[in-house]
Design a protein around this ligand. Structure first.
Ligand code: HEC
Length: 162
């Protein structure tokens, strides 16, 4: 004669092992499904037509540095006022490499700051050996090399020539 566990020992106060593992396996599967869905959502947002892979990170760098203060919310050029008027980046003729160098090292003698951490001091700018930065450059070293790469991707995908 077979007796169930509860017949033998009365109702157990703790959940039965097989039930627990079935429950938690269900929870893990649900977690994986949710994570996978989230991943797909992110991937498809980033893969929107015309967007470069770094575009989302690049937009973050654009916001973090506050490029819009001088260059306008979508790079159309600043209108002066509270901030110096930066030119339209939609109309720039600079290529990727020149954009990266300009953003990293700024434009000495103008109000375009250098943004790369270690620009001039740790990393050569405009072909000059690393050393003390020129007095005429405003240094705002808040972006990493990776962030500047992503920022250039973003500019090329969304701003330059648009
Ligand atoms: C404080 C104002 C200011 C901020 C902030 C600023 N810029 Fe500028 N930027 C300028 C000015 C002014 C110029 C034009 C300098 C000149 O040639 O006289 C310029 C020039 C440039 C140029 C060269 C455009 C060309 O065609 O020659 C690029 C590219 C550029 N900025 C990108 C950026 C990016 C990207 C950011 C954010 C990381 C940024 N700037 C933040 C003021 C600013």
């Amino acid at each position: 004669m077979t007796r169930s566990d509860s017949d033998a020992f009365g109702p157990r106060p703790w959940p039965q092992p097989r039930l627990v593992s079935a429950l938690s396996r269900g929870r893990v599967m649900a977690g994986i499904a949710a994570a996978w869905l989230a991943l797909c959502a992110t991937a498809s947002a980033q893969d929107a037509p015309g967007a470069a892979p770094g575009a989302a990170a690049g937009e973050n760098a654009w916001d973090k540095a506050g490029c819009l203060q001088c260059h306008g919310a979508s790079g159309e050029g600043g209108n002066g006022g509270e901030f110096p008027a930066g030119p339209s980046l939609r109309k720039t003729r600079l290529d990727r490499a020149a954009l990266a160098e300009t953003i990293s090292c700024g434009l000495p003698g103008t109000q375009m700051p250098s943004w790369l951490e270690g620009a001039y001091t740790a990393r050569s700018c405009y072909g000059f050996p690393a050393g003390p930065p020129p007095a005429e450059v405003t240094a705002t070293p808040v972006l990493s090399a990776g962030e500047i790469e992503a920022l250039v991707d973003y500019l090329m995908a969304k701003i330059v020539g648009r």
